[in-house]
Write a protein that binds this ligand. Structure first.
Ligand SMILES: Cc1ncc(COP(=O)(O)O)c(C=O)c1O
Length: 367
């Protein structure tokens, strides 16, 4: 019996998601201790968790008890933090889990999902896992969504159920205008607005649209503790969803998806708002400084404007992949590189601590 024939053919055909090399593995490979590595490749928060988040975990007493499936206390705290009705909120094992959950609820095989690449890699991944058809409407040269093309695709293509919008968009950091978001919301599709990095954009006056979910039956807004609160390793994200969708998501999610430590850390972080704000400010200051130095002093990199905690740079006159490897192997500086349609020969650099920016710039000048 060839049991491989049991496997869904679309899963066999699916390309695996290529995560970055794990930190510990890379540290061993490079022969450098983790604290010497300048890790600017995954938009993590280099300041780590807020002191109150760590304290909350240290004081945790119920690690032997399963967590609350509804994350009631955390949703109430998030309701206050986001000014949103906690009944619209759902907490997940990172925003990643929520992307998957929404698609699991709404997609039947062959239903279509519109994405505007370049954007976050989990949108095509979760679409494929959920047997959806992935339809791409490429972004314009300045990384804006091509709204007329999205409208046209929905008018002319059957079974489009979901449109992804990401603001700030990963990997370039651009935002979506209010007018464009309103045009998307007028379409007969579910709009998933991914605001994983919104706190960084807020420094420049952009506002979260999480409060729009109460007025729009076709809007979901995703947020996370990974970037703002330095909890990427604990996996905790959340979102606001219209009631018709949220109740089905609650029905099919793993009951204990958010573990006790992650719950405690997230609650602790929300009690440390001054600390979080200070670090967001520091990272945005660093991003601005980094963009300025790159523009003025590194002639082979052209940074794109960003409202997030990273900067996308076009690489000219040299190969982005080779540059990434050189920075990594010779200087212990990690950046993300891209070489694909719409993003050929680019690197993305996350904002770090001031001393990390110094090491980055020294390496970029030396390579
Ligand atoms: C746009 C975007 N959305 C969601 C995520 C994932 O967030 P989480 O760590 O909460 O799963 C990321 C992480 O890189 C991201 O860039």
């Amino acid at each position: 019996m060839n049991y491989k024939s049991f496997i869904r053919p679309d899963i066999i055909d699916m390309k695996p998601y290529k995560p970055i090399v794990p930190f510990e593995v890379l540290s061993r490979q490079l022969g450098r201790p983790p604290e010497e590595i300048v890790k600017l490749d995954a938009n993590e928060n280099p300041y780590g968790p807020a002191p109150k988040a760590i304290e909350a975990m240290q004081n945790g007493q119920y690690f032997h008890i399963y967590p609350d499936p509804a994350a009631t206390e955390l949703r109430e705290a998030l309701g206050r933090y986001t000014q949103t009705d906690p009944d619209l909120l759902l907490v997940g094992m990172g925003a990643d889990e929520l992307i998957d959950l929404v698609l699991r609820v709404v997609l039947s095989p062959e239903d279509r999902v519109i994405d505007s690449p370049p954007s976050f890699g989990m949108y095509p991944f979760s679409t494929a896992v959920n047997a959806g058809q992935y339809l791409t409407i490429p972004r314009t040269a300045d990384f804006q969504m091509d709204i007329p093309a999205v409208e046209e695709a929905i008018r002319t293509t059957p079974n489009v159920k979901v449109v992804f919008a990401c603001a700030p968009n990963n990997p370039d950091g651009s935002m979506i205008s209010t007018a464009d978001l309103e045009r998307l919301l007028a379409l007969p599709a579910l709009i998933i607005l991914d605001e994983a990095y919104i706190e960084f954009a807020a420094i420049d006056g952009w506002e979260s649209r999480i409060d729009w979910v109460a007025q729009h039956d076709n809007l979901c807004v995703l947020r996370t503790f990974s970037k703002l609160a330095g909890l990427a390793g604990l996996r905790v994200g959340y979102g606001a969803f219209p009631q018709w969708l949220r109740e089905q998501m609650m029905k099919i999610k793993q009951p204990y998806n958010v573990n006790v430590a992650a719950n405690l850390a997230a609650l602790g972080a929300l009690q440390d708002k001054a600390w979080l704000n200070e670090k967001v400010n520091a990272l945005v200051t660093e991003r601005k400084k980094m963009a300025q130095i790159l523009t003025e002093e590194i002639d082979y990199l052209t940074p794109h404007p960003s409202y997030s905690n990273f900067v996308l740079c076009e690489v000219t006159g040299r190969d982005a992949g080779e540059l990434k490897l050189k920075l990594q192997n010779e200087y212990g500086v990690l950046v993300r590189h891209y070489n694909k349609p719409g993003l050929s020969n680019y690197i993305r650099i996350s904002a770090g601590r001031p001393e990390q920016t110094e090491k980055l710039m020294a390496a970029l000048k030396a390579v």
